[in-house]
Design a protein around this ligand. Structure first.
Ligand SMILES: Nc1ncnc2c1ncn2[C@@H]1O[C@H](COP(=O)(O)OP(=O)(O)OP(=O)(O)O)[C@@H](O)[C@H]1O
Ligand SMILES: [Mg+2]
Length: 498
């Protein structure tokens, strides 16, 4: 990062925008750049105006106002860097006076070796200024930097770090900013008198969730929790070593990911979660609809921030759930420009193409229509349908056992027949209803007939959604590989309403 900044400064770039929430770390980096390029560093904030960053700081009077700041910037000596704090918020106001003045000032600055550096936590660069200002992503701290932070926290608290687990502790902090990591390490010391990976990881989960877009899913699902979908499970199992060092050394490229599309309640999200235990890497969930913000540039900025976190946590699974939301979300936001969706999709595709090492993407969706071809093209596409007779039997078995009952006490083929046309989700609901019936009857154990009785109270998904299901089947026919293994013709029943 520092070297890139030095290059930009030396090459005479007049406007830079650094996207980061880590103000202090960025400022320290810019100070180092100024020192190495022998540029004079000044900093501006709306409260203090411009001051020279030096042992004895000098303030430029009356330079608090953004317009006045730009005027003062024009008069700074040659070879100066002006760091502007919170200026992204001023840009968001879209004041034409500020835009015009900024453009003029940058033109002047180019001729006299002055650089304006905006530091902002979100990328809010109006299209009018895209050509004038170069955006730089400030990456989250790498392992070496986190190691330094950890050692510093441990030292100041006089706590020893067990070298055998040092790597695991750093793993737990990857994806956090330096301040967040510092807090997580310190909290662990307060709670446990030492740095413990599970506490740091828990704090990381909380911090990432608080940031809004991502969630680290605590995975408890394995492939054994999924009934049917044998083709998909087999494929994932075959890839299970792909993120190991051995596979990497062997020269095996890591797979890019998969798209799981199909009928509701059939195990798409369940499978996405299970991938984490197959590969034994963390699972980060991104809700596609949340990417879209109401401010210009915010959507792309959201993606960049989310991707930077995923990258820092990698190797990991990045699960983009309900990917249709990418489209619906853009319509409901304040960004009426339809180009916004395209720009976000383009950013996602570019990152997938060029920068995805260590990330396995799992997209889940009900429909494939509307998803961009280049996305479909880059992924293994699986279609998931309502479960077949054999699949229903295994779903029944899984759910009965999940609630601590023995599956051989029930007639699974009969239960599967009675629930023809039901989704996996509905089967679970029928089972819970049957347990409820039995519980209300003197807390006795549920029986086959309770389940049959309970199932009659439900209308199968195949009936309620007959038309949508049929249409979806047609759309997916030649575009996706069936996740379910082929079955004997007699077992293929997944009846639709007449
Ligand atoms: N194949 C399956 N095996 C076991 N349980 C299943 C299966 N399919 C669905 N279920 C049950 O139904 C619940 C819902 O499934 P899941 O969330 O994976 O559905 P989905 O396909 O993602 O649905 P949606 O399209 O509504 O998002 C699961 O938590 C699980 O209990
Ligand atoms: Mg789902």
């Amino acid at each position: 990062m520092q070297q890139r900044l030095i290059n930009y400064v030396k090459a005479g770039y007049a406007g830079l925008f650094i996207v980061s929430t880590e103000e202090q770390r960025v400022e320290a980096e810019i100070a180092a750049v100024a020192k190495s390029t022998k540029f004079k560093l000044h900093a501006w904030s709306i409260t203090e105006g411009i001051t020279t960053v030096a042992e004895t700081p000098e303030a430029i009077p009356d330079s608090q106002d953004p317009f006045a700041m730009l005027q003062a910037f024009d008069n700074l000596p040659e070879r100066s860097i002006l760091l502007c704090r919170d200026f992204h918020m001023i840009l968001a106001e879209r004041n034409p006076m500020t835009f015009r003045k900024l453009k003029d000032s940058l033109l002047l600055a180019k001729a006299s070796n002055r650089v304006l550096v905006i530091v902002g936590c979100t990328l809010q660069l109006p299209p009018e200024l895209e050509k004038e200002i170069t955006v730089l992503e400030f990456l989250l701290p790498d392992r070496a930097q986190l190691n330094e932070v950890m050692r510093a926290v441990a030292k100041s608290a006089k706590v020893k770090i067990c070298e055998d687990i040092a790597d695991t502790l750093i793993d737990a902090a990857c994806g956090l900013t330096t301040t967040e990591a510092e807090n997580a390490f310190a909290l662990s010391i307060v709670e446990a008198k030492e740095i413990i990976a599970s506490i740091v990881a828990r704090e990381k989960g909380n911090t990432i969730r608080k940031n809004g877009l991502l969630e680290i899913v605590d995975v408890k699902t394995s492939l054994d929790d999924i009934g049917g979908l044998e083709n998909l499970k087999l494929d994932l199992n075959e890839k299970r070593h792909c993120f190991t060092k051995a596979a990497h050394d062997y020269g095996l490229p890591a797979p890019r990911g998969c798209l799981i599309v199909g009928q509701p309640g059939t195990g798409k999200s369940l499978t996405a979660q299970a991938t984490a235990s197959v590969f034994n890497i963390p699972l980060i969930r991104l809700e596609a609809g949340k990417l879209f913000g109401s401010l210009v540039g915010q959507s792309e900025g959201n993606w960049r921030a989310a991707f930077a976190t995923a990258k820092a946590v990698s190797p990991c699974i990045l699960w983009i759930d309900e990917v249709e939301g990418l489209f619906a979300g853009s319509k409901s936001s304040g960004e009426t420009d339809s180009g916004v969706t395209n720009r976000v999709i383009k950013a996602i595709l570019q990152d997938m193409q060029f920068n995805s090492e260590g990330i396995f993407y799992v997209f889940t969706a009900n429909d494939i229509d509307g998803l961009p071809d280049p996305l479909i093209d880059r992924l293994d596409v699986w279609s998931v349908d309502l479960p077949t007779q054999t699949e229903r039997e295994s779903i029944w078995k899984i759910h009965i056992e999940k609630r601590g009952r023995k599956a051989d006490k029930f007639k699974l083929p009969e239960l599967a027949q009675k629930t023809d046309g039901f989704s996996g989700r509905q089967i679970e609901q029928v089972w819970l209803k049957a347990m409820n019936i039995a519980f209300n009857d003197k807390h006795r154990e549920p029986t086959n007939s309770d389940i049959v009785k309970a199932s009659s109270r439900f209308v199968a998904t195949s009936t309620t959604m007959a038309e949508a299901i049929q249409k979806r089947r047609e759309r997916l026919k030649n575009r996706a590989t069936p996740a379910s293994a082929p079955e004997k013709a007699k077992d293929m029943t997944r009846k639709l309403a007449k």
